[in-house]
Design a protein around this ligand. Structure first.
Ligand code: SF4
Length: 423
């Protein structure tokens, strides 16, 4: 089977696409198959999923076009109209090989199975990348009012520490030096498992695997416990960067969103992390234009972000999702005003990022090399700084020590540290 898997959306989707590609490669059928791993986090994501399906249909008129994942439920009609032959929801995503084979035999709708456990999902990671993604959690029961993800991702499921450790071992053997732990809501890791292991238990099991460093994709502030901060404080192989989905700096808006923390609690967690963990940096997700967000609420969001001193901020504009409580909420913020607020935050975020980067001038960091050209290389440090590394010997996929010497043309420049000089 000649298969191409196209991915939209988050790191969980990226992991699943890699796994699907590995599974489908093993199938020896002649069919030409394009799989679109869809996303539904915003109306734009839905539209992009459909556009990709229709482009593939145009470019490959005889291919089997399969739309899978988060954008399928509720999007069936429009995905079919865009040219999808087969639609597969998240529940059956890991059974895609079987579903496609049944479809090619003209047997559709057979064998809709239960939700696979995450221990059944195991990436070999045969094609080395700089950074491997390891999915350890799925589902969410928080039920934020603006979110469709929890509605399409099924029940809470966590990968046991043992299974995650074994998978990390094969990823390390395959040459990955950094592993990003991904989930729909990592703060709920382990809640579904009989022994209820915590994120700390998971990380301690993973740290038994040598030669790799670990990064959390993102963590809701309510999941950032003192115990977890303590582990980050002394374990240098845990990357000291946390991406916090803050969403708003106004408590009334957070309550309307159904978020499980207050602004003060989030800032307290951020301060605790930054003061305890050497080289700590933070990133944040924020949503502007949520129904009821007035100028004062927006100003509080700006203040909260400034207090976080973020290295990067992902700004989203509220997108009413069908079937969510927030889609029925009023008063709506006019799109032009939401756009103005998003632009303002993006401009401020550049300034915050510059200040956060400059704090590390003179420091030595470990850069995971993603790109290389001559004696220049580029990559992310453990605390997620984007660094241009000058010096010979940096190869793609390795982690090289670099001393940050200056900021030039908007980026940090580091000089490779020759370990021999330090003996
Ligand atoms: S925490 Fe909220 S936004 Fe995140 S997946 Fe769960 S319901 Fe959605």
């Amino acid at each position: 089977m000649s298969v191409t898997v196209h991915t939209l959306g988050c790191r969980v989707n990226q992991y699943e696409s890699q796994l699907l590609a590995e599974k489908l490669q093993a199938v020896s059928d002649q069919a030409l198959v394009h799989v679109v791993n869809t996303c539904t986090v915003t109306a734009l994501a839905d539209r992009k999923s459909r556009q990709l399906v229709s482009r593939l249909r145009r470019e490959h008129p005889t291919a089997l076009i399969v739309a899978v994942g988060c954008g399928v439920r509720g999007g069936e009609e429009r995905l079919r109209a865009a040219g999808a032959d087969l639609l597969v929801e998240n529940r059956d995503k890991m059974r895609l090989v079987e579903v496609i084979e049944l479809f090619l035999q003209g047997r559709t709708g057979e064998g809709n199975g239960g939700w696979a456990t995450l221990d059944e999902e195991r990436l070999s990671g045969a094609e080395p990348r700089v950074r491997a993604v390891l999915k350890v959690q799925d589902g969410c029961t928080v039920g934020c009012t603006f979110c469709r993800t929890w509605q399409v991702r099924g029940p809470l499921r966590s990968k046991t520490p043992q299974a995650a450790r074994a998978e990390a071992e094969s990823l390390a053997r395959a040459g990955h030096r950094e592993i990003v732990l991904a989930g729909v809501n990592l703060a709920q890791y382990g809640e579904d498992l009989p022994s209820r292991p915590s994120l700390i238990d998971l990380l301690e099991a993973l740290l038994e695997v040598g030669g790799v460093r670990y990064r959390l994709s993102s963590l809701s502030p309510d999941g950032l416990t003192d115990g977890l901060i303590a582990l980050f404080a002394w374990e240098r192989r845990l990357c000291p960067y946390l991406h916090l989905p803050l969403q708003s700096g106004d408590d009334a808006i957070l309550e309307r969103m159904g978020r499980p923390y207050t602004v003060a609690e989030c800032l307290d967690r951020a301060r605790a992390f930054r003061s305890a963990v050497p080289g700590a940096t933070l990133g944040a997700d924020v949503m502007v234009g949520f129904p009821g967000e007035d100028e004062a609420a927006f100003a509080r969001t700006v203040d909260a972000l400034a207090a976080l001193d973020p290295l990067n901020v992902h700004v989203f504009r509220f997108s009413p999702r069908p079937g969510t409580a927030a889609a029925r909420m009023t008063p709506r913020v006019p799109p032009r005003e939401a756009a103005r607020r998003a632009a303002r935050l993006a401009a401020l975020a550049d300034g915050w990022s510059e200040a956060a980067q400059e704090r590390f001038l003179g420091a030595e960091v470990g850069v995971a090399v993603e790109e290389k050209q001559g004696h220049l290389a580029w990559g992310r440090s453990e605390n997620y700084l984007w660094v241009e590394v000058r010096g010979r010997g940096a190869t793609r996929g390795t982690i090289v020590p670099a001393r940050l010497v200056e900021r030039a043309d908007g980026r940090l420049v580091g000089v490779m540290v020759d370990r021999t000089e330090n003996g």
